[in-house]
Write a protein that binds this ligand. Structure first.
Ligand SMILES: [Zn+2]
Length: 415
């Protein structure tokens, strides 16, 4: 009797091990399917509307109704159930305009296959745009909004495309949201968050992407703005970025963060007590809120990386957890490099889980080793190793901590 039980346990253990290995490969294969051409095509489609100014005007008598219809068509093509979620705003003045009209959110639902609960992971982005001329008057005819925020909508649609193509089974419900009238004060997301709060929706996480395609040349930083009710999500997001993408996750100190974190749709959800994240490029481009925010100025390799980050977040928060559990616990955990960016000296912090030889290397992006420090055999514990990068020219580098079980890679930006 005992023997049989033991045998069964061994068999179960090896099956779950095999499944894990299989699923893990699947996630990186799925991330590889995310395509820069595909996200570019969406940004171009949205730019082709000419203007996505949310208020009705002579060029857009129905506001963004046509843009909403386009997003609905795209989502339906990927098997997502959609709804045009209209809301009205009246008796309001914004940018000197008298507002009394309907606005159009798009809501898409991809139900869970194996629900672990009735909660929702929501991926959202605003679809409206705004542009001002040199006299600071808003313009109506040419409002391309490629980076702000066709890029965020492109991420959302790319996730829907990839989920459909791979028939991914989620354990939480996925909601895709495109918001109208963000530029007038987060009106679309406010309307949705209010409604969900009233309805008692359980949102496990709201993921907002706003301006994710136009960093300066060679800047792979992704700014992760955060909310004090979701600091654990920030930590997770940052390590997912490191693990699955070429992006360099960056966060801001409390005071500066909160100021910036109020400026996009995730803030509406935070205000109603929901947990949210908010990704954007680190530096606002000079084309921000002008007629020059066009597809030609964007970086689609960067945008595709942001989509990969989002997909890995979806896998983590809505997929089967086994997707991202490593086969063996890593020897090195809790890694951190600071200050980052640096002007020269950095400290690499890591927790060595078991005794092991440790070597730390600094590589360029082509994988060439530029600096190497051999620390010899170290006993388990927390380490702070100082490196001097002042001999390197400005740019992005990889810092690798090597043990006898594998390699942990961190990114570091030398100013
Ligand atoms: Zn925006």
């Amino acid at each position: 009797m005992k023997k049989t039980a033991l045998l069964l346990i061994i068999v179960c253990a090896s099956i779950s091990g095999a499944l894990r290995a299989q699923n893990q490969t699947d996630l990186s294969e799925i991330l590889n399917q995310i395509s820069a051409d595909s996200v570019y095509a969406t940004v171009q489609d949205l730019q082709n509307f000419g203007s996505r100014l949310a208020v009705q005007n002579e060029n857009n008598p129905d506001g963004n109704r046509d843009v909403a219809d386009y997003i609905i068509q795209r989502l339906e093509r990927y098997g997502v159930t959609t709804e045009l979620d209209s809301f009205a705003v009246g008796n309001t003045v914004a940018y000197g305009l008298w507002i009394d009209q309907w606005f159009y959110n798009v809501k898409g639902v991809l139900p869970a296959d194996n629900p672990i609960d009735d909660s929702i992971v929501l991926v959202g982005a605003h679809m409206d745009a705004i542009a001002f001329n040199s006299n600071n008057y808003y313009v109506t005819a040419q409002v391309p909004g490629a980076d702000d925020n066709a890029s965020g909508v492109a991420v959302m649609l790319e996730l829907a495309r990839i989920c459909h193509a791979n028939k991914i089974q989620f354990s939480r419900n996925i909601h895709f949201m495109a918001y109208d009238a963000e530029e007038f004060g987060l009106w679309g997301s406010e309307a949705d968050a209010y409604k969900r709060s009233k309805a008692g929706d359980k949102i496990a996480l709201m993921m907002n992407n706003d301006m994710v395609s136009n960093p300066p040349d060679g800047d792979w930083r992704l700014l992760l703005r955060w909310y004090d009710n979701a600091v654990d999500v920030l930590m997770r997001a940052s390590s997912i970025c490191e693990q699955y993408t070429d992006l360099l996750p960056v966060t801001l100190p409390d005071s500066e963060n909160m100021l910036r974190a109020t400026r996009s749709d995730s803030y509406s959800y935070y205000e109603y007590g929901f947990r949210a994240t908010y990704a954007s490029e680190y530096t606002y481009p000079s084309t921000y809120h002008t007629a020059y925010d066009v597809t030609d100025s964007c970086n689609y390799a960067y945008l595709a990386e942001v989509a990969r980050y989002n997909m890995a977040m979806l896998a983590t928060y809505a997929g089967s957890v086994s997707w991202i559990i490593p086969e063996e616990p890593p020897t090195v955990t809790t890694t951190h490099v600071y200050p980052n960016p640096t002007c020269g000296k950095v400290t690499v912090q890591f927790l060595l889980e078991q005794n092991s030889p440790v070597g730390i290397s600094v590589l360029d992006l082509s994988g060439r080793t530029l600096l190497h420090y051999d620390n010899g055999i170290q006993s388990a514990g927390i380490y702070h190793s100082e490196l001097d990068l002042s001999v390197l020219s400005a740019g992005l580098y990889l810092c690798q901590i090597r043990t006898d079980k594998g390699v942990e890679t961190l990114k570091v930006l030398r100013r």
